[in-house]
Design a protein around this ligand. Structure first.
Ligand code: M6P
Ligand code: ZN
Length: 193
């Protein structure tokens, strides 16, 4: 097989201090307005949005599409903070392709990886710097930052996995992570009652 330009090896450099790599192909910002439907305290979200629209997290992407393979690298950096008492978190998604897993590697900060199947089986992984989690196919996944600094994680998955946000937008995850006396606590998501 003759090699095309995209069939050659590529490396990028990760900066552990900043929690980003370069060069990247794309950087996506998810602001409060992009996530307004995800938080429980809709009134607080609306009030905040009258004044500002802060970045909750960013994603740095590199998609490695060769003649015969597709592999994606994503680094997500979630800012610390809460909306009301609910910690900043990713939107969360299922994979559009039902046979596609993913690896998440927490490289900075502390938090939780929430995972849930469409039938409502729910599992939480506690994350500290160095935790590596395998997300099996068919499990929706969301990351919550409960620390005082940024939480950064590296993701590796196939581009073919795709994203399905619909069930998560509609019903959320079965539990929410909130600050109670300065500590993380899990409460039932009222959307599911
Ligand atoms: C990781 C990967 C990406 C995902 C991103 C943010 O980098 O899983 O596919 O887009 O996290 O998560 P979300 O899409 O749920 O906002
Ligand atoms: Zn995913």
């Amino acid at each position: 097989m003759n090699l095309a330009k995209e069939d050659y090896p590529v490396s990028v450099q990760f900066d552990f201090e900043k929690g980003e790599f370069s060069p990247y192909q794309k950087r996506v910002e998810r602001k409060l307005s992009d996530l307004s439907m995800m938080f429980q305290a809709k009134g607080i979200v609306d009030k905040m949005l009258e004044k500002e629209d802060p970045v909750i997290y960013e994603i740095f992407y590199y998609g490695y599409q060769t003649s015969i393979s597709d592999m994606a690298l994503g680094v997500t950096r979630i800012q610390p903070g809460t909306i009301g008492d609910e910690y900043f978190m990713t939107k969360g998604h299922f994979h559009a392709a039902h046979d596609q897993p993913e690896i998440y590697f927490c490289v900075k900060g502390e938090g939780y990886l929430l995972q849930e199947t469409i039938k409502g089986e729910f599992q939480v992984e506690k994350w500290t710097k160095g935790t590596i989690s395998h997300i099996p196919p068919m499990w929706a996944h969301r990351v919550v930052n409960v620390g005082t600094g940024a939480l950064v994680f590296v993701a590796s998955y196939h581009l073919a996995a795709g994203h399905d946000y619909k069930p998560v937008v509609k019903r959320g995850f079965s539990k929410r992570v909130v600050a109670e006396n300065g500590k993380a606590a899990f409460i039932m998501n009222k959307q599911r009652e």
